[in-house]
Design a protein around this ligand. Sequence first.
Ligand code: TXA
Ligand code: MG
Length: 336
Amino acid sequence: MSDVITAAAALLEAGALVAFPTETVYGLGADAENPLAVARIYQAKGRPSDHPVIVHVAPGADLAHWCDELPLEATQLVAAFWPGPLTLIVKRAAHIPDAVSGGQDTVGLRCPSHPVAIALLAAFKGGKGGVAAPSANKFGNVSPTTAQHVRDEFQAELDSGLLGAVLDGGQSEVGIESTIVDLSRLATHGPVLLRPGHISGEQIAAVIGQLPALPDAAAPRASGTLDSHYAPHTPVAMQHGDLLGETLNQLLNAGRRVALIHYSDLPPASASVRLEANPASYAHALYASLRTMDQVGAELILVEAPPTGPAWLGVNDRLRRAAFGSTGILQQFLSI
Ligand code: TXA
Ligand code: MG
């Protein structure tokens, strides 16, 4: 095992924060069984402390340690998709700190597939621990998909020592956060898809024989399900490709500085990123593109609305939240 991993595991065991790569996005990790360590996550992120965090476990971890009940559906999904970008919400074991569960009676469990994450989880407490980790960004910001994004978000915390280390594992492959399925209320609600991601509801149905429902009002709270989340600082507006060319021309003619994220043939904007019209490669590049376009000095990030359909659910969900709060911005700019 590398010295870097051994040192990072020791930091976690001592109660410090360590940022690490996963295949979805980078996580800001702390020992899930140390409430003081978990409190540092909330402090660093500026996140409300009643929001639960996912517990990351090593491959083959004893899940009975973390949950009160492990339904058959959980065992089936673990066998099919772990290590991988799927988080399962189950009834929690009593010893899990409230700071992890957000005071709820459930816990989110995930075994990531990134080799650096696996090495860290295997080294931490000899593979028997759990690392509580939200995405390694300030609350509400775009999630990080590179180590540099994490350092950009937490330079002050690195300098002060609140963040002990940032492990570099290159660019996250999936690029958007894990799919979250709630299995904690099966008897009354069936499986519920709390957050769409790379693993689709249809793939889950193929394993457990039931399509997860969309969340209802009583579903457990998830901060990634707030209306406004994953948002750059520059306002974001989405429009379909057939209207977009004309809108872009009008904005540029009105002297507006517009950054464009698109996948069809469109005229150049003040700055542009062209993504592939494929849901996996689009998701892979989405957050890095939002961050880049957030830094070009544009007044607006115009996004060509992606296709709809099950494979695009995760991407559309994140973009809708990134654009929330910018409602009316296009009208405002175009009416001047
Ligand atoms: O891909 C991911 O899931 C990444 C990487 C780092 O693993 N993590 C991530 O964490 O996206 P975070 O905290 O940014 O989002 C986790 C989501 C939040 O919306 C949180 O509210 C929800 O999971 N969550 C965690 N535990 C939960 C629980 N017990 N019940 C309901 N939602 C839960
Ligand atoms: Mg997050």
